[in-house]
Design a protein around this ligand. Structure first.
Ligand SMILES: [Zn+2]
Length: 441
């Protein structure tokens, strides 16, 4: 007997044993299914095969085979008015790591129209403490691995991927271009979600979104893995990422035990999933117009505390596009306020409160607070700035720098004058309308 037949015999026996074990455990082994899953999910070279055909119209029919029945039920429950609108929406996800990959999966399962993914990292075995990626995807680029899984999960979603770092000049331009023209109709996209882990990339997203007047949401998890946050940023209306130092959740942990230079950051799938969940929930509320879109939600895992907050933009923000957006927003808000006054206050005297026009100076000495909005120096309980806000004005005043004081006063005067002009216009229009009403009677 030669060695060859023995090997063959062992191989046959092994195969028969495997089949017998599969039959015994009731799991009929089907090589074609295995191969299909492997090919569709894992290989970048062989394009994934979606598990079903695309669905052209969402159905609310309650059958086991309808992937949208539970989502369409949101309409029946009175939560969302028109769920199918989600199919027209395009969302860019910058960074598909521990938070971004879960965000992309959630949006895919919700049937978003299009996702544009940006990342330049590769999947590593060290990422396996988080959700989404599988060990056999190690070595693949994150965006390719994500696309393959997502196409398989929901073939209706269009997935565009960019395997590059958005902070380099050429890539930044491409990134801006995709914000401008990346939608399903080659127009402006609906939302940018920042799921990156560094300041530079956040600043790049901030700059692009201020330039393009693009609403975006920022997210972050702490390096000790026990806190995180999401933040809604509407250029001109809310503080941008450059307006104030990043707002983070106060951990009440001894600073000396926190991460030191060169020490590996911690991460937990729990914190990342909570932050991803908040981010996608806020996204759905924003895109489908239901509930209340939060401006900032923090998560303190140690105390199970979720502080909420809202910050107005800083009129001395260093991002020039932020200042342009602030002006645009104030103009828009002023004209809207006048319109509303005319429709609703026919008999009532006009009472203009301090923040009627939303003209607000972020003055550290006297924070003017409205309902739940606060100035940049004032944060909700349980929150703090990542570093101390730069108090240029205060410092210069202390140093007796009258130039800055004069400039500040001039700005205040100009804003007060603007407010007066708007008030006057409001009064004139109102009187005119009253005259017309009297003529009619
Ligand atoms: Zn700003």
């Amino acid at each position: 007997m030669t060695e060859q037949p023995v090997d063959k015999y062992v191989e046959d026996l092994t195969s028969r044993l495997e089949k017998a074990i599969d039959n015994l455990s009731g799991q009929k082994h089907d090589d074609s299914i295995d191969n299909h899953i492997r090919d569709s999910q894992r290989s970048v070279k062989n394009k994934p095969v979606p598990y079903r055909e695309k669905i052209s119209k969402l159905s609310a029919e309650v059958v086991d085979s309808n992937p949208y029945s539970r989502l369409m039920a949101l309409q029946r429950m009175g939560i969302v008015q028109d769920y199918e609108k989600i199919r027209e929406k395009t969302v860019a996800v910058v960074g598909v790591g521990g938070v971004g990959s879960v965000v992309a999966e959630m949006l895919t399962r919700c049937g978003i129209g299009k996702l544009i993914l940006f990342d330049y990292d590769k999947v590593e075995i060290a990422n396996m403490n988080r959700l989404f990626y599988q060990p056999d995807q190690a070595g693949l680029s994150k965006v390719d691995a994500a696309r393959d899984t997502l196409i398989h999960v929901n073939p209706d979603v269009q997935i565009e991927v960019h395997n590059f770092n958005i902070t380099t000049m050429d890539n930044f331009d491409t990134f801006v271009g995709r914000i401008r023209n990346g939608s399903l109709t080659n127009g402006k996209i609906d939302l940018v979600l920042s799921c990156v882990d560094n300041f530079e990339a956040r600043m790049a997203v901030n700059m692009a979104c201020n330039e393009e007047n693009q609403i975006w949401m920022e997210s972050g998890v702490s390096e000790n893995a026990v806190s995180g946050h999401i933040q809604y940023i509407e250029p001109g209306k809310t503080a941008c990422f450059a307006c104030v130092p990043p707002l983070v959740v106060a951990s009440n942990i001894d600073e000396r035990t926190l991460k030191r230079e060169g020490v590996c950051a911690a991460s937990l799938p729990t914190t990342m999933a909570v932050v991803a969940g908040f981010l996608v929930m806020n996204t759905l509320k924003f895109l489908l117009h239901f509930g209340e879109v939060s401006h900032y939600v923090g998560y303190n895992a140690l105390a199970d505390f979720f502080p909420r907050h809202s910050i107005k933009p800083n009129p001395t923000c260093e991002d020039s596009h932020c200042l342009i957006r602030q002006k645009e927003y104030q103009n828009k808000k002023s004209s809207e306020t006048i319109d509303i006054d005319f429709q609703t206050t026919e008999e009532e005297p006009i009472v203009h409160e301090d923040n009627e026009w939303g003209i607000e100076l972020v003055d550290e000495s006297e924070p003017a607070t409205t309902t739940d909005e606060k100035t940049s120096s004032d944060v909700a309980e349980g929150l703090k700035f990542a570093y101390e806000p730069v108090k240029k004005e205060v410092e210069s005043k202390e140093a007796g720098n009258t130039d800055r004081e004069t400039a500040e006063n001039a700005k205040n005067d100009a804003l007060l004058k603007l407010k007066d002009i708007l008030l006057e216009a409001d009064m004139m229009k109102k009187m005119e309308e009253k005259n017309q009403l009297t003529k009619k009677h």
